[in-house]
Each structure stands twice: as structure tokens, then as C-alpha cells.
Design a protein around this ligand. Sequence first.
Ligand SMILES: O=C(O)C(=O)C[C@]1(C(=O)O)C=C[C@@H](O)C=C1
Length: 378
Amino acid sequence: MNETPEALLRLRDKIDDVDQQLLKLLAERLQLVAEVGEVKSEHGLPIYVPSREAAMLAKRRQEAEALGVPADLIEDILRRAMRESYSSEKDTGFKTVNPAAGPIVVVGGNGQLGRLFVQMFELSGYEVKVLGSKDWDNASQILQGASVVMVTVPIAKTVGIIEQLEALPDDCILCDLTSTKTEPLKAMLAAHSGPVVGLHPMFGPDISSFAKQVIVVCDGRNTEKYQWLLDQFALWGAKLKQASAESHDEAMRLVQAMRHFSSFVYGLHLKSEDADIEQLLAFSSPIYRLELAMVGRLFAQDPALYADIILSSPDALTMFRRYIERFAEAVTCLENHDREGFIRQFSDVADWFGQYAQQFMGESKQMLLVAHDRRHID
Ligand SMILES: O=C(O)C(=O)C[C@]1(C(=O)O)C=C[C@@H](O)C=C1
């Protein structure tokens, strides 16, 4: 075995020194960000400030280039640092947008998503009560004086639970976090005569902060009375996207039902083919590794949740049938060795994607680079 040359050892020592200086600078940045968090929670300013980020990144990129440092390198580092900023600033707490609000009741607040909202409301200075499955005997007491009742229970139970809510204070905001919106919204409007809003957080409970996370908002009734709740979410850094319940549910057919179902079938196919995951991993290209991660992560989660998400999506099954037909047609095209036909269809789809194809090419390239950085090969 070759000895490590003395010159290399000396250079590595110097690199260690530089990395330690970087570490100290990062610690200093984190400390400043913690102070920013204090100032923001005192003044009620949002965690996420896209204009500041864009201006700062543009400036640093310019300065990097002047120093012969790749601009993408400093952007990667700063974006990663800002992810820490979001979660650090979250821990300092948030201004209470509506200090006069009575208790916030989270129905299903012991579930994972429920717990996340309980934590965020508490960090924002509200009194929070949980109405769990074992608390229904005391429901009227728990709901007394509530300013918000947030329903976050499994999809299949949502409408039943909403119908079970009785004696809500007239001006209390009734909202839900279910991943379908038409039926829950209808049920909420029927159960309550006060402000109603349907919400769908487009993320799972494992996020470290709400910064840049999307919440779909479907108006039910009395927008002006629930606006403070949306303002509170915005302070957490969330991006609110207004939609009708129907258009939301239609989009979810593709965003959720189709997405999860095709991952499920691909997993089923791998299992049925008795694929050797070790070998697939060893031979995988970066994009296949990402595909395995995307499919495999489904099977680390609750099957009942996915069954409910897929089954609750209106008309998803008829769409799956159309998908199978297209799949079969595409196979037939190949069986017929119709290379021209395949290329023609490919080009038609490419035209349909238009400029998004290039955009997705760029985005996925970035993801692949990050995934590759994390790779360790012995
Ligand atoms: O400058 C701010 O407002 C911050 O909160 C700090 C910071 C950063 O880490 O630089 C973090 C989040 C914002 O989106 C912008 C910048």
C-alpha cells in the first residue's frame, strides 16, 4: 500500500483549519439568526422573506464569481443554511395574531399532523385543547368558548366526526385538514352556521418548519372572520393557495391518487418480479435511485392512510382505467416495432410539456446532484 505523501498530509491539515473556520462562521450565523427570530416574533414578521433571500443570493453569487468561487456553491450553502434559519426562527415562537382568541381545539390532535398544528399554535401563544378519540364524553366542555375547531382525523372518519360536533360557539371558526375538500366542506357548512374554511396542508407531519410549505384554502363562509387564522399561518412561513373545493379535488386525482397508486403498482411489480433490491441499488443510475426512494418511501408508511387517500379521490378509478388503456396502447406500439409511432407520440408529449420539460430537467438535475453528494461508495 502507498504511504500518504507528506505534502498531502500538510494540505489536509490546512483544509481542516479552513473547515473549522467555516464551522465557526456557521455557528456565528446561527446565533444571528436566533436573534432575528426574537425580533421577528416580537414584531410579528414572517419567517420566510423571499425578496430578502433573492437579493442576498444574487449579491453573494456575484461576489463568489469575482473570487473565482462557483456561484452555485455559495447558493447551495446559503440555501442549506436558511433551512436551519427557518427551524431555528420557529423555535423562538410567533406573534399571536389574534390575542383575544379563545382556546383552539384540535380534534384529532393526538395524530401526527394534529400534533404539529398543536405545537405551532402553542408556539404562537394560543391556549390549545385536544379532542382525541377518548374525549368525546367531555366534548361539550372541551369545545366551550373555542375560537377555532380544527378537525384533523383520518379521511374516512372526517365527515362523521364533523357531524358529531355539537354546540360550537356561533363565531368559532370551523376548519379541517383533510386531503379531500368537497365533502368535508359541505359537512362543515351543514354542521355550523359561523365561519368555515377547508384547509389542505400539502405536506406531511415530518416538516421542520412551515416555511415555503403550501396550504390550500377552500372558502366556506365568512372569510373576514377567519382571515386572522390565515395570517397566523402566513407568519409561520406557509404559502396559502386559494381554490374551490371542486378544483382542489380534481387536481388531487393526479397529485395524490394517481401518484400514490402508480408508486404502489410499481412496488407491487418489483415484489412480484422478485427483484433483488441490493442489486438494483448497486446498479442504479442516479435517477433510478431517486425513483426507488420515491416508490420505497411509500411502503414505510401507513397502508390505511394511502388506501383512504386513493379511495376518497372522486373518479380516480375511472382515470386509472384510462391509464391502463394508454399503457397497453404504448406496449402494443412497441410490440409492433413502431419506432416512428413511439417517437411521434414522445414528441407530442414533449410539445405538450413545452418549456416545463426544460424546467423539470434543471430541477431534477439539482436533486440528483444533492442525492449524489449523500452517496457513500466503499
Ligand atoms: O433576514 C431575514 O429575515 C431572516 O430571517 C434570515 C434569513 C437568512 O437565514 O439569511 C432566513 C429566512 C429569510 O427568508 C431570509 C433570510
